[in-house]
Design a binder for this molecule. Sequence first.
Ligand SMILES: Nc1ncnc2c1ncn2[C@@H]1O[C@H](COP(=O)(O)OP(=O)(O)OP(=O)(O)O)[C@@H](O)[C@H]1O
Ligand SMILES: [Mg+2]
Length: 364
Amino acid sequence: MTGRRSLAAGARAFAGPLSRQLALGIAVVVAPVLIALLVIGYLMVVSDHAALLVAAIVVGAGVLAALAARVVARSIVRDVRSIRDGLEAVGRGERDVAIETEVGDELGELAAAANAMIAQLAAEEAARDLSDAARRDLVAAVSHDLRTPITSLRLLAEAVQDGIVDGVTRRTYLQRMNTHIEALSSLIDDLFELSRLEAGDISWSLQQVPLEELISETVDAMRVEAEAKGVAVRAEVAAALTPAHGNPERLQRVLFNLIQNAIRHTPADGSIVVRAEPVSDRIEVEVADTGNGIAADERDRVFEAFFRGGDGAARGPGGAGLGLAVSRAIVEAHGGTIWLEDTSQGTRVRFSLPATERLSGAPR
Ligand SMILES: Nc1ncnc2c1ncn2[C@@H]1O[C@H](COP(=O)(O)OP(=O)(O)OP(=O)(O)O)[C@@H](O)[C@H]1O
Ligand SMILES: [Mg+2]
């Protein structure tokens, strides 16, 4: 097998370009036929005229075959060249390349495979560029969110240290410093949580979580903040709801983030409802508010880390843009999903969780 292959390879190397390889193949067929005919003619003592005629026919057929081979070889060579040119273009960094061949034979299949490879390469590069850009944005956002309070802290600390402020101002400054430190520490907690979750590091214990208790506890804890803004908040939990399978502290954090957003974006006299109900074999929890809602062009982005919607003035104080990103990471780590439900007024953020009977999909 190898011997035959290397003989063929040797003959091809000897012939050179494809058109000559085909001509060589034809010569290999025609020459012995011609010799055989001449020998037969000689042995059978056919007239010179007849022998010459047969020889001329054989030579003519050989020439015709060589011409046909040349035409076919040119077409093959054109296809090979277009594949080579396409791949060279990819090598130079072009990605908008579609290799075309004249015929859908093996060369056509080769071109199709190359086109598929180029498309995959382009898609992978685009995804990598996107994630590089996202990482750069993240670093810029983290630096900004750390730098701003640290600058304020430095100025406040200098003022207190220099003793240029009276006792009352000093206390106010210390209080402001405390607020900045709390914001920084919650930013760092969120970032830490998010990076651990994104790395798949989930070391929490999972247990049966009676959502009725968890929701009413969280709603009660946030009622003061809501009522201070003139916003009513209540829970509506389906009767005899199956407990969820999850980590109560993380789930409370999700509820806290969603209710905090709702309070932040709901004007006085508005209301917030936290619902929980079974939906097929899962449990769905929703925080709905009657606030200013989320703009259509921002709906796809609110779950991204550091995304803050609206304009600065409407946004109000605080908010690193991590609450929904952390909530999504927590819900997904539970094997659930979180999304924005359509609504004519305000915002409805809904998430699903596995119920206790179905432990298989959830992390342990
Ligand atoms: N209930 C809501 N009503 C209107 N807009 C909302 C609501 N919840 C979230 N958003 C929009 O989604 C953005 C992202 O929310 P997210 O909770 O991730 O960040 P944040 O609340 O701005 O900051 P953080 O949660 O880190 O304090 C918000 O800035 C806001 O524009
Ligand atoms: Mg938030």
